[in-house]
Design a protein around this ligand. Structure first.
Ligand SMILES: [Ca+2]
Ligand SMILES: [Ca+2]
Length: 383
């Protein structure tokens, strides 16, 4: 969850190649490559990272089973993570968590974690952790902060900077020189709807599902929604998380990228209100969808459609806001009743989870400065 808007997980080169492939797809029509709706996650390419050891609590040990289908963390130690080799934004991740016997401490997940975040003062990610029992504790050196109380149940918190073990434990900000500043902290955002004050049970298999987009995290446990958090999240990795808890198994994880669409931002009205923009279907890779452009001018009007791979919020001298960082544009004479443009989506698994942003403007004598602006339309390409 890193609110670092200027740095994007998508490199400029891959942005250009993705747009090029979109344009090519627009021109040449559908291909016929079958896409897997879900793919198995191979844990053998994930990486372990632990926070600095505190007295009596060593580094985590993550052991991946042959074949990469499961991993067991076996040390009762300081906060430890096991992170993916892929970016998690715009993905749906599902899999099983099985707490083993013994102890009653933290297990869970992180989203938006970046390699090196355990020593990164600029770290900023989401932590979904689950404690079996309420317990006060004061961790020793190098944690110089006072003790805190861990609450029983499932919660989502925002981790910033390099919190001490005491701050992870209580989901709190405890400032004590030299080990923690106000920038190093854990802030609890929400507790689980059903499991917010219920501990996990040893030996039980829990099925977790995470839907993570640039604007939302939704968490399900055993098919029931436990939490939904809105914000601006710019990607990062998926991670498994243990703290003072051993014998936790994670297995059978899959990833998928569900297609979605949503309007965003504010338009600027013309004669007949704000011009509409929508698609007639979800942006499923390999399909053709109709992009519906509404006409607010009540007359045929010159129109410009902008398409890009990132949102914008740029004020213009025309009263409206540019909501897309445009990579290319299409101009047309928009008929009085609006138009539906066919948009052929690439049948390319590498485009899974790519967000495409669209907005159109047209001349309209009834707009405050002669231009009417639609809202933005976000299409997340998926299966
Ligand atoms: Ca602090
Ligand atoms: Ca423990």
């Amino acid at each position: 969850m890193n609110v670092r808007a200027p740095s994007s997980p998508v490199s400029p080169v891959s942005r250009v190649s993705r747009v090029t492939s979109l344009r090519a797809a627009l021109a040449i029509g559908a291909l016929s490559i079958p896409l897997a709706a879900q793919s198995q996650v191979d844990l053998s390419t994930w990486t372990a990272e632990s926070y600095a050891a505190v007295s009596g609590f060593g580094a985590g040990r993550w052991t991946v089973a042959s074949g990469g289908g499961s991993v067991v963390q076996s040390v009762n130690g300081q906060p430890t993570l096991f992170y993916s080799d892929f970016e998690v934004s715009n993905l749906r991740i599902e899999g099983e968590l099985v707490p083993g016997s013994g102890d009653d401490d933290y297990l869970g997940f992180a989203l938006g974690f970046r390699p090196g975040d355990s020593t990164n003062p600029g770290a900023d990610y989401l932590l979904v952790d689950w404690k079996k029992a309420t317990q006060g504790f004061n961790f020793g050196a190098p944690s110089c902060t006072p003790g805190s109380t861990a609450q029983i149940g499932l919660a989502v918190s925002r981790v910033r900077g390099i919190p001490t073990a005491d701050e992870f434990w209580g989901h709190v900000d405890l400032d004590a020189s030299p080990c923690s500043t106000p920038a190093d902290r854990v802030t609890e955002l929400a507790r689980g709807t059903n499991l917010g004050s219920t501990g996990w049970v040893s030996g039980r298999t829990y099925r977790f599902r995470f839907d993570f987009t640039p604007t939302q995290l939704v968490v399900f446990v055993d098919g029931v929604q436990e939490m939904s958090i809105n914000g601006r999240f710019d990607g990062g990795r998926m991670a498994f998380y243990n703290f003072s808890q051993a014998n936790v198994t994670y297995r059978a994880f899959t990833s998928a990228c569900p297609a979605s669409k949503v309007s965003y931002g504010q338009g600027h009205p013309g004669t007949g209100g704000v011009p509409g923009i929508d698609s007639d279907a979800l942006p499923v890779l390999g399909t053709s969808i109709g992009l519906q452009l509404g006409n607010a001018a009540r007359a045929a009007a010159p129109d410009a459609l902008f398409l890009g791979l990132a949102q914008d919020r740029a004020a213009t001298p025309f009263g409206g806001t540019l909501l897309v960082q445009p990579m290319f544009s299409v101009t047309l004479l928009l008929p009085i009743g609006g138009a539906t443009l066919p948009l052929q989506l690439p049948n390319d698994p590498a485009s899974c989870g790519v967000g495409v942003y669209l907005q159109h403007l047209h001349l309209d004598a009834g707009a405050s400065a002669g231009l009417a602006f639609s809202r933005g339309l976000e299409l997340v390409l998926g299966t």
